[in-house]
Design a binder for this molecule. Structure first.
Ligand SMILES: Cc1cc2nc3c(=O)[nH]c(=O)nc-3n(C[C@H](O)[C@H](O)[C@H](O)COP(=O)(O)O)c2cc1C
Length: 180
């Protein structure tokens, strides 16, 4: 069994970039870790520790991630991902909660890391098309999230992902001492 599996869902590449950063930050040889796009995964690899990444879709994760999370038992699991919304811990907390509910109690949840990820221009056009049909203040806020997200994930996000990985690895070490 692998020591670490970094597995992610990413449509436009933002979450894949975070996944690569996390994979590279894991302090083991390439034989002990694997980086996998969930679209090309059929359950063939298993690991003691999972880093599961996803992009926010209507405030939650996608079905393939729900299937994966529901299938895990007795594993250590960390979550990560990207979303359009700004850095507000309440939104990130909600993303964590909405994914965590799919993990059975036999797993140990380690923690999560989220940051913004740029969105396709169609999303901005859609927000603009709501003018006159929805609250202007709300539309302005969505447009400002869109513009803010346009430069993410950036170097600082990658640095935070790296630090997150180090924290998770140290937590895993503590757990293995607890159960030794
Ligand atoms: C169809 C669609 C739905 C989205 N829904 C949300 C959402 O509910 N909340 C959010 O914060 N961002 C949302 N986003 C923005 C994406 O989560 C964000 O751009 C993310 O970084 C995309 O990740 P990826 O490049 O790994 O696919 C949505 C984007 C699209 C295209």
């Amino acid at each position: 069994m692998l020591k670490y599996l970094v597995i992610y869902a990413s449509v436009t590449g933002n979450t894949r970039l975070l996944a690569e950063e996390i994979y590279n930050a894991l302090p083991v040889s390439p034989k002990e870790k694997k980086l996998v796009d969930i679209r090309s995964w059929h359950g063939e690899a298993d690991a003691e520790n999972y880093f599961v990444g996803f992009w926010a879709n209507r405030g939650s994760c996608t079905l393939e991630i729900i299937d994966l999370l529901s299938s895990l038992h007795s594993r250590n699991v960390a979550l990560f991902g990207t979303c359009g919304m700004g850095a507000g811990s309440r939104y990130y907390d909600a993303l964590e909660q909405n994914a965590r509910v799919w993990l059975s109690e036999s797993n140990t949840f380690l923690g999560s890391y989220f940051c913004q990820g740029k969105m396709p221009i169609e999303v901005r056009l859609k927000y603009e098309s709501y003018r006159g049909k929805a609250d202007d203040a709300r539309i302005d806020q969505m447009l400002s999230y869109f513009d803010e997200a346009a430069t993410h994930p950036n170097r600082q996000d990658f640095m935070h992902a790296h630090m997150f990985t180090e924290r998770m690895v140290s937590r895993i070490k503590d757990l293995s001492l607890e159960y030794a």
